[in-house]
Design a protein around this ligand. Sequence first.
Ligand code: ZN
Length: 342
Amino acid sequence: MTDESETAENGSGDGPTPTPGIHHVTCVTGDPQRNLDFWVDTLGLRLVKRSINQDDPGTYHFFYGDAEGTPGTSMTFFPWTDLPEGEVGSGQVSRTAFRVPEGSLDFWEDRFDERGVDYDEREERFGETVLPFRDPDGLPIELVAVEIPDDDPTTAWTAHVPESAAIRGFHSVTLWIADPERTARLLRTMGLAETESEADAATGDERTRFAAGGPVGKYVDVVEADRQGRSGRGTVHHVAFQTPTDADQSAMRDAVASMGLRPTEQIDRHWFRSVYFREFAGVLFELATADPGYASDEPLDELGERLVLPGRFEERREAIKAGLPDVTVPRSDAEFAANRAD
Ligand code: ZN
């Protein structure tokens, strides 16, 4: 089901190792408790890391993922309560889509009805069914029904949503780009292959799909759209792509720089090492390594239980904690009982 042939053009030594796909997506939210309630309790993702924004330690950084925080599953948020509401527009990630098992969209519509979640009619896109909805900040999200193979690299987190419906990592991101040619060239350089185009069901805009190796976080869709937007609550801050090793990342960095883009030096983000750059249309891209991962500094069965502060911030723990609002991570009854039994 993985089309190695599609991405082989950059794997033969004349370019960087193709990215396997999306690593994480980071967004701006408002109220941290509302964000936790929605992403953990309603959508059923696991809080795999509770930390701070390393560039703004007075703000939380929440990481939601599958049961193990597998690369390609983590949606992360900066709760910037004071920031105005954003508006999705060109030069942004306009939609973030997650994989859910085939046959589970009825479950999700029922759940959204029960909980008052704002969702739209299902759409067909490249032969798959898509359920668009918005989180409490208005962030546009989609569920895409796909066949989840037995050997899928993700692991369902079933504290709030049954395995038959659980979100299994990213499906895709959609970029709105006014003049997509150079962005398309960048995606090809990063090892994604252009596969097909169709008119977007919602807007009629031209949508072109680019595929990485996958299976998780496999697709980037580029929609040719010229719409005014602004960053703020309810918008995506950046999308990170997997460059599993330092060597992969360094080669990708060189390739990006040789196109005239301006990547940062490697930055240690504690759970991965990162390089950032704005692509040609202004979308902030990141390259992230696979290691050391979210389970490198707390036991797998305790991920997200406590505030984790990367090295240099630990000595300021009391002051940092005092500046953060109190939050409670939603627990299912079963999860609560299991934790008490320990
Ligand atoms: Zn990031």
